[in-house]
Design a protein around this ligand. Structure first.
Ligand SMILES: [Zn+2]
Length: 207
């Protein structure tokens, strides 16, 4: 691996800080959710460990794996969703980071298999349109990622049927903010549905 130890440290620190932030913001409950940065030249992902308490997670707990799930560096197993991250990186060359959460409002629409139409201005630049739902696949399988790829070719986030949310970006900061907007959008849509009939932004009705 050509990555310097300093580069790896920087990526691990970013993954750790973002994971803790997502936990604090209640985008991830318990040990659910996971996130990664992809080092495309080296073909390795810097990813959160499997089933590990975010509150006590340290830099040393972050794992470096290749796209086949082989641990290149680290003392834990990678997130059980590493295959999903791997498929997204393999198929989408523009993606440099993935944030996967089970954030409650967005996940409730994922459970309903219900697309969230373009109802907020932030959805246009950040999410690239409506929040669509990718078909259900067994947790931990490559198919989870493969099912999301056709949507993530066009969008920066999608709902995953009966599961959660996946957001992507060129950088981890971008992927994270997209996951925040996915949840915020779902929360506002939920509230709007409870008190009336939400109106789609003109020109985005068929989105
Ligand atoms: Zn999940």
């Amino acid at each position: 691996m050509r990555l310097s130890s300093q580069q790896i440290r920087t990526y691990k620190q970013a993954v750790l800080l973002t994971a803790k932030k997502a936990y604090d913001e209640k985008l991830m409950a318990g040990t659910s959710g996971n996130l990664s940065i992809f080092c495309r030249e080296e073909g390795v992902m810097v990813i959160t460990p499997s089933s590990y308490d975010y509150r006590i997670m340290e830099e040393k707990d972050i794992v470096v794996v290749d796209l086949e799930g082989r641990v290149v560096e680290g003392c834990h197993k990678p997130s059980s969703e590493w295959r999903m991250h791997g498929e997204i990186y393999k198929h989408l060359p523009h993606v440099g980071a993935v944030v996967h959460t089970h954030s409650p409002y967005a996940t409730s629409f994922a459970v309903n298999h219900q697309t969230i139409p373009v109802i907020l201005i932030e959805m246009i630049p950040f999410l690239k349109g409506s929040l669509e739902v990718s078909p259900y696949a067994e947790q931990g399988s490559a198919q989870v990622g493969l099912n999301a790829v056709p949507i993530l070719k066009r969008k920066n986030a999608c709902l995953m049927a009966n599961h959660g949310v996946v957001a992507v970006g060129q950088t981890l900061d971008q992927a994270y903010i997209n996951s925040v907007y996915a949840e915020d959008t779902a929360k506002i849509y939920h509230m709007a549905l409870s008190c009336g009939q939400p109106v789609v932004i003109p020109g985005y009705e068929g989105e």
